[in-house]
Design a binder for this molecule. Sequence first.
Ligand code: 5GP
Ligand code: ZN
Length: 113
Amino acid sequence: MDCMFCKIIQNKIPAKRVYEDDSILAFEDVSPQAPVHILIIPKKHIPTSLEIEESDNELIGRMVQVANRIATDREVAGRGFRIVMNCNREAGQTVFHLHLHLLAGRAMHWPPG
Ligand code: 5GP
Ligand code: ZN
């Protein structure tokens, strides 16, 4: 399968890994939009949030917990951080392997652009 993030999981493309377990990988975004910009992905290939199944619910919850833990470790949890999941093109999704963006380290705007 020609998926960039599956290749990162398989170590075919290098990435700065910050967390890994049996089902989840987190790594630095190659084009950071904030001082902290980390992607949290399931090792299972799920194209978009629309393909999340009931059997994935625990996995998705654990992805959020990984984001919380990284935010705490980077000492941005108290200041604030943003977790973003873009779905399909108009929302800005460019890689069709489910991912959470963890963004922190600067003031965030609302509404988002
Ligand atoms: P999306 O726009 O799909 O929500 O987010 C995709 C993110 O993946 C972007 O922020 C982009 O910078 C990042 N990205 C794309 N290709 C690579 C890559 O090969 N390595 C890493 N580390 N990040 C990538
Ligand atoms: Zn994939």
